[in-house]
Design a protein around this ligand. Structure first.
Ligand code: SF4
Ligand code: SF4
Length: 375
């Protein structure tokens, strides 16, 4: 039996399929128009293809208070949360995807407590509030193995669970393995993701946080995305310095790990700060209230990761270093542990939906060219 969210999505998209006023707005409408009826897989695929620009809500003559009550962004956002739960692996953890901020908050608090425990017993009494200087200063507080092993394991686990979720999503939305191997579709989708093409809308941006067109959402997403990549590059370089070159952290201000980490941290701070601000200002009518907490928790946690990282860099030669290191590592651990069970899933499933959409469009165009007698 279909869920209420699936039934509502089918009702709304059936109206849209007859109306088609919004067909140039995004990739959802052209993909919808290839179908006359919608399977559950189709609906989940279309829900994750939506990037919540809200253009179709403000343009719709059937939106509330019209009796048809067509609210595409809200309907698809509700269905996305259901998709996250359906594709969650291990299934045991699906209740974490309840849309609230509580799981992220609890896991991060627990992770911070564990890091504090490691610092208290690894560094010895009083070490947390002492000044530690020079190479290996961080390891005098938290032993090397306690810092490297759990964080590597948490990151590897997050990648494995997200990868498994991606394959589950692909088959649950009706995609087959041959389509998954379409390299051209993946390259097309990856290019769209890298330049955040869809957040540009028709050139004026999204209708976010309110009815007016604005590029702010796109700019803040760019800052978060590229800030995250810079931080990843910084951490990877620090790994090479530490493990291959034998140079223990912390590194000088004029070194590649610190320069990349500072730039990335600043970009993340600005991007997440801007996204939090937009969220507080957004029009709630096209939003799914039930996932608001989960979405906000993810951005807040990224904000905390970047803020504590930058403060740690700034105050690492003072007695505040220990407290900031514990807070930063606790936030980083919370981030990796909750990555597959929160808002980040949107990035993974949307990428899969974009790749599937690209393949579908390529095949559609190839089919049209074959059937065109003038070609
Ligand atoms: S959102 Fe409204 S205007 Fe747009 S296609 Fe659907 S029914 Fe038509
Ligand atoms: S909210 Fe934007 S992306 Fe989503 S269906 Fe409407 S126009 Fe497309």
């Amino acid at each position: 039996m279909r869920s209420n969210n699936l039934n509502e999505a089918e009702r709304v998209l059936t109206i849209c399929n007859a109306c088609r006023y919004c067909e140039g707005f995004c990739s959802v409408f052209p993909a919808m128009e290839l179908r006359r009826a919608f399977t559950a897989g189709d609906l989940n695929y279309l829900a994750n293809l939506c990037h919540n620009c809200r253009g179709c809500y403000y343009a719709c003559q059937y939106a509330p208070p019209h009796e048809f009550q067509v609210n595409v962004p809200q309907t698809l956002a509700r269905l996305r949360l259901e998709t996250y739960r359906e594709c969650c692996r291990p299934r045991l953890f699906r209740s974490l995807l309840n849309g609230s901020a509580v799981p992220v908050g609890l896991v991060t608090a627990l992770a911070t407590a564990l890091v504090l425990f490691a610092a208290r017993f690894g560094g010895g009494p009083g070490a947390l509030f002492e000044t530690h200087l020079g190479a290996g200063a961080f390891y005098r507080l938290i032993p090397y193995w306690a810092m490297v092993l759990p964080f590597t394991a948490a990151a590897a686990l997050a990648i494995l669970v997200l990868g498994r979720g991606l394959t589950v999503f692909w088959s649950a939305t009706g995609g087959n393995p041959a389509e998954f191997r379409d390299l051209r579709a993946h390259l097309h989708a990856a290019w769209d993701v890298l330049r955040l093409r869809y957040l540009e809308g028709g050139g004026d941006g999204c209708n976010y946080p309110d009815e007016r067109f604005s590029m702010s959402r796109r700019y803040f997403h760019h800052a978060v995305f590229h800030g995250f990549l810079l931080c990843l590059a910084s951490t990877s370089l620090a790994f090479v310095y530490d493990h291959l070159l034998g140079r223990a952290a912390p590194y000088p201000v004029l070194s590649w790990p610190v320069a990349l980490g500072t730039l990335g941290g600043l970009a993340l701070l600005i991007g997440t700060g801007g996204m939090i601000y937009l969220k507080t200002k957004m029009d709630r009518a096209p939003a799914a209230e039930e996932s608001f907490g989960m979405d906000l928790a993810f951005v807040l946690l990224l904000f905390a990761v970047s803020l504590t990282g930058l403060l740690l860099l700034l105050l690492r030669s003072t007695p505040a270093m220990g407290t900031l290191l514990v807070l930063h590592l606790g936030c980083v651990a919370g981030f990796f542990l909750t990555l597959p069970y929160g808002k980040f899933l949107h990035s993974v499933y949307r990428y899969a939906a974009l790749a599937r959409n690209a393949g579908e469009q390529f095949r559609q165009r190839a089919g049209s060219a074959e059937n065109d007698p003038s070609a």
